[in-house]
Design a protein around this ligand. Structure first.
Ligand code: PRT
Ligand code: MG
Length: 214
């Protein structure tokens, strides 16, 4: 049996993926929230899970350190998706990529005037493309977390961030003013692995797509 390594992050992606894995006959022997292990064995001797930072998943798969990965579209857009086969939208960990501003800020006027807008975000590629399409000049400020703080302390006029319930925005007196795109997580596969390990990967892929349909 060919060995298969699946890369995913703990938290919401693991939580939403576990039922799909189960339907594909794969169950982790440890809970990543409780264990400190980074490599988790599964009920299948030839399948293991590696627990990595969400934004590192495409890198592990790109270089073949993992054969399969599960990553958000937000992460894949920033990574560029080079050399990754992306056969399946798993429809999990869903949220929306949005532009948000302090409540009451006149975003429509700010973008129509052609005035420069300062935008703080972790998603530089996505933000750059979005504002370029609108013909709006932006100064992008790269942050690694808590984007919501930036407009409150004068670091930026607006942020580009993921929104699910909207509670984080509300708690910080911000409001979403534009949706950039809906986001969900996708299955990604190393292209060489797909060819070399086809007999093992294909049934897993099939089981995943049936689980998503169900
Ligand atoms: O947390 P860490 O810094 O390690 O990395 P990460 O944030 O990239 O990972 P993780 O596990 O938090 O998210 C993994 C993936 O889940 C992301 O890449 C998205 O595709 C997806 N996802 C779905 C989300 C959300 N929903 C989400 N709400 N990722 C982040 N958020 C954050 C958002 O950035 C904001 O800070 O939650 C906050 C808003 O939530 P609400 O419910 O208050 O709107
Ligand atoms: Mg997070």
């Amino acid at each position: 049996m060919t060995d298969i390594t699946i890369a995913l992050s703990k938290g919401r992606i693991f939580d939403d993926t576990a039922p799909l894995l189960k339907m594909a006959g794969i169950e982790a022997l440890d809970d990543p929230e409780k264990s400190r292990k980074l490599i988790l064995a599964t009920n299948r001797a030839n399948v293991r899970l590696v627990i990595v930072r969400a934004s590192d998943v495409p890198t592990y798969v790109q270089y073949g350190a993992a054969d399969i990965g599960i990553a958000g579209k937000d992460v894949l857009l920033e990574h560029g998706g080079t050399e990754l086969y992306q056969p399946l939208d798993l429809n999990i960990a869903r949220c929306r990529m949005m532009v948000a501003v302090p409540t009451g800020f006149d975003y429509e006027s700010a973008v129509f005037q052609g005035a420069r807008l300062r935008v703080a975000t972790k998603y530089l590629q996505t933000a750059r493309e979005h504002f370029a399409d609108k013909g709006v000049h932006v100064d992008l400020i790269k942050l690694y977390g808590s984007m919501e703080l930036a407009p409150l302390v004068g670091l930026a006029d607006a942020i580009v961030d993921l929104v699910s319930t909207g509670n984080t925005l509300k708690a910080n007196n911000l409001e979403a003013v534009e949706e950039i795109m809906p986001i969900s997580s996708r299955l990604i596969i190393n292209q060489a692995a797909l060819k070399l390990k086809r007999e093992t990967i294909q049934p897993i892929l099939k089981a995943f797509s049936e689980a998503v349909e169900a």
